[in-house]
Write a protein that binds this ligand. Structure first.
Ligand SMILES: Nc1ncnc2c1ncn2[C@@H]1O[C@H](COP(=O)(O)OP(=O)(O)OP(=O)(O)O)[C@@H](O)[C@H]1O
Ligand SMILES: [Mg+2]
Length: 235
């Protein structure tokens, strides 16, 4: 199994690292049956890929066996961001029946952290992800790994995450607090729930820590709230 160097991308800044530890703890307390988790958002560039990677690395550093799956089959940037230069077989190759599951698993230089890259970009991503072989793959991976963290495409643009949601134990929404309205977020939460997704929570990204009297500024830059509908925004 080939090894990819990713430890240099793990965030070192104290407050941010602490925030990911809190997120990791919250996920670990979500229940033993919550193993396969997708991260999505309403629009692009809200921080899904960054949060997925940091969360997966944080779980691995806590001694868990973790697989980070890049399921953004349309425009994934994981290969280029991790500066991988070799030819990679990824999820789209597997879902198209071109390779076996063990051929898409990559070890990293973080003990316990493994990767599945998206593979070649495909136009029929929703079709591939809605396929029974994706469900089967996730079910099999859950036997091998403690956590399968899936970095998904934004739901406001494509239905990919909604179609794969049934294979997941839960979905976490990443919200860029600098530009999205909670109304929109609520709409996609409902859309995901209609497709059978269990929303585990919401991560507020890019919270302004410098803002005076900011609640989050006192504690951490990323917040993980219950998605059970009991918060003020959901009333
Ligand atoms: N809290 C943050 N502070 C600073 N930079 C951030 C933060 N969150 C995300 N970024 C940066 O913003 C860019 C977009 O983030 P990322 O790629 O994780 O978003 P995404 O939701 O996965 O986007 P896409 O929808 O295109 O897949 C990246 O360069 C990332 O490093
Ligand atoms: Mg992304």
């Amino acid at each position: 199994m080939e090894k990819i160097a990713v430890s240099r991308f793990v965030v070192k800044e104290f407050r941010t690292a602490e925030a990911f530890k809190t997120l990791r703890t919250n996920l670990m307390f979500s229940g033993a049956d919550v193993k396969a988790v997708a991260l999505t958002s309403f629009s692009a560039a809200e921080g899904k890929s960054m949060v997925s990677f940091q969360l997966a690395a944080s779980l691995a550093q806590a001694g868990k066996q973790v697989l980070l799956v890049d399921a953004d089959l349309r425009k994934s940037v994981m290969v280029s961001r991790m500066r991988v230069r070799r030819k990679i077989e990824g999820l789209s190759h597997y879902l198209s029946g071109m390779v076996n599951a063990n051929e898409i698993l990559y070890k990293t230089d973080i003990p316990g952290l493994y990767l599945v890259f998206a593979g070649a970009h495909v136009p029929n991503a929703a079709e591939l992800l809605g396929n029974a072989s994706f469900d089967k793959l996730i079910a099999a991976l859950k036997n091998t790994f403690d956590y399968v963290i899936v970095d998904a495409a934004p739901v406001g643009q494509v239905i990919d995450c909604a179609v794969m949601a049934s294979a997941m134990d839960g979905v976490i929404m990443v919200v860029d607090t600098t530009h999205n309205s909670f109304k929109l977020e609520r709409r996609i939460k409902q859309q995901l729930e209609k497709s059978g997704a269990k929303i585990l929570g919401v991560i507020l990204n890019r919270v302004d820590l410098a803002e005076k009297n900011s609640y989050y500024g006192k504690a951490y830059g990323y917040s993980y709230d219950s998605g059970d509908g009991s918060s003020e925004e959901d009333n």
